[in-house]
Design a protein around this ligand. Structure first.
Ligand SMILES: Nc1nc2c(ncn2[C@@H]2O[C@H](COP(=O)(O)OP(=O)(O)OP(=O)(O)O)[C@@H](O)[C@H]2O)c(=O)[nH]1
Ligand SMILES: [Mg+2]
Length: 431
């Protein structure tokens, strides 16, 4: 066997092992209630490797949500609602869930990650979510909730139902994303018909989820196994359970900076990724994507996390992304004041404790820094090596595609881009 063939075989083996480490993961996406079902039916045609279920008390809505045969439909609470929904009765939704929990629990069997999608504010999704999340947790799955909040014009009652549902569910969720429906008007005109506006919101959520699933299953993530994914998803601190899910696409010629800005400032979010604890992101490009772009994107995004944050980076090359680049970003452990009041009412979170911890950490960090000052130059050198280690795979990938590339010129260009990165007009929460 020639040296080149040997190398190829070795590379193939490495790739196979990497894939295998995540291949066995079972992910189920469960749409609960009317809105949850609609969002599921948006995503299900395009996503592979995950299973889908729509669960509802409303048989007609369930039929709609399960038009795609990939989506398994399960009704619950038929004895209580006669298959007609709860009519915004959260208690009825809860009772319906309790009545049929055995049937619902079967959906969670052997699943590693259960992702719940629900539009909160009605009786079914909001009433059933606490029971379903608890059941999934008891079955041993990691749980992630992706929820929308109702529009303010739908009235205080709906908002109250929705917020209570978050409060009652969060204990059994490892991470939660909350998107207020009204944020959609940051993207579409205020006069857009409601149905259309909701569908834009649903598309956005679908794209975000698609990005996450693609990142987990398709990128051949570098040395990543399920334990890493678990570490990123899991957050016991009630104040740090918020997750940010965003994707952005653009032309390569627009520059990495522009794409990063887009993915970090998703207008649908009421909170930012600052002080995040964990991050999974994936860069998809054509074979023309260069090291400069990849490292510039990676650097710009990862600097918003805390020093000890766990970061997983994936790179994917697809023919259809010629001249284009897509960045999919999933961030957990975001620190936020959003809905702080609701969380605090329960007296569980302790922002004070959180701040105390932060203070302690800062003091420790200060001490460490003082020590470090003496060997600053040496440390900087180490850090550079660390960063280039993260990039080993992209560099390898890149080398394959462009053997004659001059990396020293690229390094200068990359440095220039990163320096420039601070110049864009950041929103206050990112400063
Ligand atoms: N983003 C989004 N929000 C939706 C959609 N449909 C409904 N909503 C929102 O979700 C809230 C709850 O509606 P549903 O999901 O229909 O309620 P449900 O959980 O089925 O509960 P009941 O119908 O009351 O039994 C509404 O007040 C809307 O704000 C949707 O397709 N997308
Ligand atoms: Mg409904």
């Amino acid at each position: 066997m020639s040296a080149a063939t040997k190398k190829k075989t070795k590379n193939r083996k490495i790739k196979k092992n990497e894939e295998e480490s995540l291949k066995g993961i079972k992910v189920k996406i469960v749409g609960v209630g009317g809105g949850g079902g609609s969002i599921i039916s948006n995503i299900s045609p395009d996503l592979k490797k995950v299973s889908f279920a729509a669960v509802n008390t409303d048989l007609r809505a369930l039929k709609e949500a399960t038009k795609n045969k990939k989506v398994k439909g399960v009704s619950f609470g038929k004895n209580l609602t006669s298959g007609l929904g709860t009519g915004m009765d959260k208690n009825l939704g809860r009772r319906a869930a309790e009545e049929d929990i055995d049937e619902i629990q079967k959906l969670f069997k052997d699943q590693d990650i259960v992702i719940f999608v629900a539009s909160l504010g009605g009786g079914t999704g909001s009433g059933a979510m606490p029971t379903f999340a608890k059941a999934a947790k008891e079955m041993g799955a990691l749980t992630y909730g992706l929820f929308t909040l109702p529009f303010p014009f739908e009235g205080d009652k709906k908002m109250k139902i929705a917020k209570e549902a978050v409060k009652e569910t969060k204990d059994n969720l490892d991470a939660v994303t909350i998107l207020p429906n009204e944020k959609i008007f940051e993207i579409v005109d205020k006069n857009t018909p409601l149905k259309e506006a909701l569908s834009v919101m649903n598309d956005n959520l679908a794209k975000g989820l698609e990005g996450l699933i693609e990142t987990i299953f398709e990128t051949g993530l570098i040395n990543v196994d399920f334990a890493d994914i678990r570490a990123i998803l899991k957050n016991k601190n009630q104040n740090r359970k918020f997750a940010y899910l965003s994707t952005a696409e653009g032309k390569l010629e627009e520059g990495a900076k522009e794409i990063v800005k887009r993915v970090l400032t998703n207008p649908l979010y009421a909170y930012s990724i600052s002080r995040a604890k964990g991050m999974i992101f994936n860069i998809t490009g054509g074979s023309d994507i260069g090291l400069t772009d990849i490292s510039s994107i990676s650097e710009s995004i990862s600097k918003y996390t805390e020093d000890d944050a766990k970061i997983i980076i994936g790179i994917m090359q697809k023919k259809k992304y010629k001249d284009k680049v897509k960045v999919a970003l999933f961030v957990t452990g975001c620190y936020t004041d959003y809905m702080k009041k609701e969380f605090e009412e329960e007296g569980e979170i302790s922002e004070k404790k959180d701040i105390k911890e932060l203070k302690k950490k800062t003091q420790k960090k200060k001490k460490r820094n003082n020590k470090k000052i003496k060997s600053k130059n040496k440390k900087e050198e180490e850090k550079r090596e660390e960063i280039s280690e993260i990039r080993v795979k992209p560099i390898e990938l890149e080398k394959e595609h462009n053997k004659s590339q001059d990396f020293s010129t690229q390094k200068n260009e990359e440095k220039r881009l990163i320096e420039e990165d601070d110049e864009w007009d950041k929103p206050a929460f990112l400063k």
